[in-house]
Design a binder for this molecule. Structure first.
Ligand SMILES: CC(C)(COP(=O)(O)OP(=O)(O)OC[C@H]1O[C@@H](n2cnc3c(N)ncnc32)[C@H](O)[C@@H]1OP(=O)(O)O)[C@@H](O)C(=O)NCCC(=O)NCCS
Length: 174
């Protein structure tokens, strides 16, 4: 069920987000399909916010009433061959699932990302085949499912089949 009343924003991280960050980053049901291990201490969460989220080219806190309830990023690829594309990743605290929040955040960061990085004409996301909710988020945000990449990558110790999704700037109509 989507709540039209929820006011979702995305903004840069602050160290003071750490307690809210731990709610989702410390939850195995959230980290399961991501590259992140589940955070177990506040200290490692502070270091992650300080050393990854804040210096990152485009990592944002998904917020309700300015309170952090998820993470989303667009990472532009580097080098002359790859600068046309960027990689998208996101996660939302479990208590907020099913309200359309990830879809809203993806739409927002995609709009901002195409403006922020003029070289980027393709934003792509790799999603584990079992992660139906994330596939649905990308579909709702206008991404195209391109391919099934068999035995493509390791996650949480096992080799995984992944779907590749993409959105081109030319397909993007905010
Ligand atoms: C994936 C994730 C970000 C979705 O967040 P969310 O705010 O609940 O997403 P939305 O509410 O915008 O959309 C979820 C959609 O998936 C659907 N969905 C949820 N579970 C599903 C399932 N098991 N099978 C099929 N569809 C499912 C929902 O019904 C909804 O679709 P609808 O609007 O058509 O009903 C959230 O589940 C999460 O953080 N998961 C862990 C981290 C993760 O997987 N990140 C992405 C890595 S690629």
């Amino acid at each position: 069920m989507e709540s039209k009343d929820v006011k979702v924003t995305i903004r840069p991280y602050k160290i003071s987000d750490v307690d809210d960050f731990m709610i989702y980053a410390g939850d195995e049901s959230v980290t399961r399909f991501t590259r992140c291990e589940t955070f177990i201490s506040k200290e490692e969460a502070i270091n992650y916010i300080k050393n990854f989220c804040i210096p990152h080219p485009f990592c944002r806190s998904i917020c309700i009433d300015d309170r952090s309830i998820g993470l989303i990023f667009i990472m532009p690829c580097t080098g002359d061959y790859n600068k046309c594309r960027a990689v998208l990743g996101y996660a939302v605290a479990a208590e907020y699932w099913g309200q359309g929040i990830a879809t809203m955040a993806v739409k927002m960061i995609v709009s901002q990302g195409f403006k922020e990085f003029p070289d980027v004409i393709r934003i792509e996301a790799l999603v584990q085949v079992e992660n139906k909710a994330s596939q649905r988020v990308l579909q709702k945000a206008g991404f195209t499912q391109e391919a099934l990449l068999r035995k493509y990558t390791y996650n949480k110790g096992e080799v995984r089949d992944m779907f590749m999704f993409s959105l081109l700037s030319s397909d993007h109509h905010p």
